[in-house]
Design a binder for this molecule. Structure first.
Ligand SMILES: Cc1cc2nc3c(=O)[nH]c(=O)nc-3n(C[C@H](O)[C@H](O)[C@H](O)COP(=O)(O)OP(=O)(O)OC[C@H]3O[C@@H](n4cnc5c(N)ncnc54)[C@H](O)[C@@H]3O)c2cc1C
Ligand SMILES: Cc1cc2nc3c(=O)[nH]c(=O)nc-3n(C[C@H](O)[C@H](O)[C@H](O)COP(=O)(O)O)c2cc1C
Length: 568
């Protein structure tokens, strides 16, 4: 195969090389022949004997706790194999250490519209901010996501790609996990253990990533009750919706109901007429066949399109468009699809409707397995001085008794009731009350002896006290041990739940010290942050420790599963 001259040089070269060098070269040559390229050689990994202890860092970026759970499991498995393991949340990870790491495993979910969890943003931005030399780093990434979203596992995928670009050595191919993440994460952990950066493993072929599975089971139900919980004159509309099913629904308090909303008939008709298209024409979208009517009604998002689609559309019609979010009907009206463009090419740039989640406000024990309740606040916002409504919450607001609803259960093991004898503190203003209604009915049905303390808040006592009569009767019956309310607009000074908590500082801390579990549900950006800061303040004040120590105290509660958030 080689010329005599080449063979001689090759033999001479090998004679001067150590055994480890030869092993590394054989791996490198296999890689080169695989890719049929003579690209720059990969950085040479540090090779250790398989019995040697490795120094490993496991980091996670999470919003709802799944990634944390997997990362903690991986860390404990690696520790049990005597490796020196550090487990860190990405917001607590010192990004300056990245260049000093030798082995890093990343578990990261995707949130928003293809974004990192908020706690992982600093790490992500750091990776992309400048060129770092990560050639000493070996890594693997597990990306968590939901394939119903257009940018499936995007944040984890970006981190995997960027680490590779920065010269780090990928120990395992990127693994993407769908909602039903358990089988994939278990396989990933065992692959890691079998492919630790030891001599033999680095040369062994890498396992192929598993096909991510979307384990959603869709239920068909009918609206049985639809009530606006706010009174006349309120600025809000919050609907209590009961959905009945023939099939038994399997869920637990703490889970949420997922729904993929459908577009309105008016919008769909307008789009079809702007396209001058026959509603019964069959088209293929993501390997499935639909009539155009079904496609625009149930499958593709036609509202507030992200800029990436506007860019694709501009390219398709070879025209300049302002790069702002617009509804599809406005785009088609302003910049019509030109005749020479195939309908299929246009459809291919559209993205599926993303699901929305609603915390379940019923309990399978108290209400049975054939009905499920949710508490939906109609989302309102202003565009150019015009009041507009959110897509899915409006869909729910407009439902009537007898209407059909198709939904799935989004389970959340990170937001569960504790054992019956434990005390719980629930902080849930506005629609944040939903899972706590479920918790309270569940505990009532179980006759759980643990104490229950609820902080609820909204704008006005008379118009916005959601589930007032139910909560008051649960209080009268003794199931609710304490009920504190904060109505922000009933007096000059704004009063929120965190102010009520601060007023109850001593008692709250007594509950926490005697083992209570703390839950927060509702608005992520304002309420949850303020409530968490207040908790830290209360702990600091009552335990007589500084804020940093108090934050550490709360972190420990979170690690023990005694502090959980379900915020959005
Ligand atoms: C785990 C979880 C639990 C939840 N539980 C509940 C619950 O119990 N109850 C509840 O009510 N909600 C809950 N939510 C929130 C819910 O899922 C939805 O996010 C909420 O109802 C808004 O969805 P929407 O389709 O109505 O609004 P969207 O149409 O998605 O609009 C959302 C926002 O996008 C912007 N926007 C949309 N269209 C335009 C436009 N044309 N121009 C400018 N801006 C625009 C606005 O800022 C608007 O407020 C939960 C969320 C999560 C993640
Ligand atoms: C509001 C919201 C937005 C989401 N956006 C995406 C997304 O854009 N892409 C994706 O793959 N998954 C998305 N997901 C799914 C999450 O990544 C998935 O539920 C994951 O298991 C959460 O893991 P975590 O608990 O570690 O945050 C989204 C979930 C929610 C609730």
């Amino acid at each position: 195969m080689l010329t005599e001259q080449k063979f001689k040089s090759f033999k001479d070269f090998i004679q001067d090389s150590s055994r480890d060098e030869i092993i590394w070269m054989s791996g490198y040559l296999a890689g080169v022949s695989d890719k049929n390229t003579t690209a720059t050689p990969p950085a040479q990994p540090e090779i250790v004997a398989s019995t040697e202890k490795l120094v490993i860092t496991v980091v996670y970026g999470t919003e709802t706790g799944n990634s944390k759970k997997i990362a903690a499991k991986l860390a404990s498995v690696l520790k049990s194999k005597q490796h020196k393991v550090t487990l860190k949340a990405l917001d607590q990870y010192n990004v300056a250490n990245l260049q000093k790491e030798s082995t890093l495993y990343v578990v990261m979910s995707t949130h928003g519209d293809g974004e990192t969890p908020s706690a992982a943003k600093k790490f992500y931005d750091h990776l992309y901010a400048k060129q770092h030399d990560l050639s000493n780093l070996k890594y693997a990434v597990l990306a968590l996501g939901d394939s119903s979203y257009p940018l499936f596992c995007k944040a984890g995928e970006d981190v995997d790609t960027r680490l590779d670009e920065l010269g780090a050595i990928r120990l395992l191919p990127l693994e993407k996990s769908d909602l039903d993440f358990y089988p994939v994460s278990e396989a990933w952990i065992s692959n890691i253990v079998n492919h630790l950066p030891t001599t033999a493993n680095l040369l062994a072929p890498k396992p192929q990533p598993k096909q991510a599975k979307n384990g959603k089971h869709f239920y068909k139900g009918v609206v049985q009750s639809h009530i606006n919980l706010n009174d006349k004159g309120s600025l809000k509309e919050t609907f209590h919706i009961e959905i009945g099913t023939e099939e038994a629904i399997y869920y637990l308090p703490g889970d949420s109901l997922g729904i993929v909303p459908v577009n309105t008939d008016e919008d769909v008709q307008e789009i079809l007429s702007l396209l001058s298209a026959d509603k019964n024409k069959t088209v293929t979208y993501k390997d499935e066949q639909f009539t155009l009517l079904d496609l625009f009604k149930t499958k593709v998002n036609i509202l507030h399109l992200p800029v990436r689609i506007i860019e694709k559309y501009a390219k398709l019609i070879e025209s300049e468009l302002p790069l702002i979010r617009l509804d599809l009907k406005n785009i088609l009206a302003l910049y019509p699809l030109t005749k020479n463009i195939l309908l299929e090419d246009f459809i291919a740039i559209l993205e599926p409707i993303t699901p929305r989640l609603y915390s379940i406000s019923s309990s399978p024990y108290a209400h049975g397995n054939n009905e499920i309740h949710i508490t939906v606040g109609r989302n309102k916002f202003w565009v150019n001085d015009k009041e507009k409504y959110g897509f899915c919450s409006s869909h729910f607001a407009g439902l009537n008794e007898g209407d059909e609803v198709t939904f799935y259960i989004n389970s959340n093991d990170n937001f569960r009731l504790p054992l019956q004898d434990k005390d719980v503190i629930m902080i849930g203003p506005g629609t944040g009350i939903a899972p706590f209604r479920s918790f309270l009915f569940h505990r009532d049905d179980e006759s759980a002896p643990g104490r229950n303390w609820l902080f609820f808040g909204d704008q006005h006592f008379h118009k916005d006290f959601l589930y007032q009569s139910e909560l008051l009767s649960l209080f009268d019956s003794g199931l609710l041990t304490r009920l504190n309310t904060a109505f922000s607009r009933d007096q000059k000074e704004k009063i929120y739940v965190q102010h009520r908590m601060q007023q109850q500082s001593k008692e709250l801390f007594n509950w926490i010290e005697s083992g209570a579990y703390i839950y927060i549900c509702g608005c992520k950006d304002t309420m949850a942050k303020d409530v968490e800061a207040t908790l830290i303040n209360i702990i600091s004040q009552e335990a007589n420790i500084n804020e940093e120590q108090a934050a550490g105290y709360l972190n420990r509660l979170e690690d023990e599963g005694r502090f959980a958030k379900d915020v959005y």
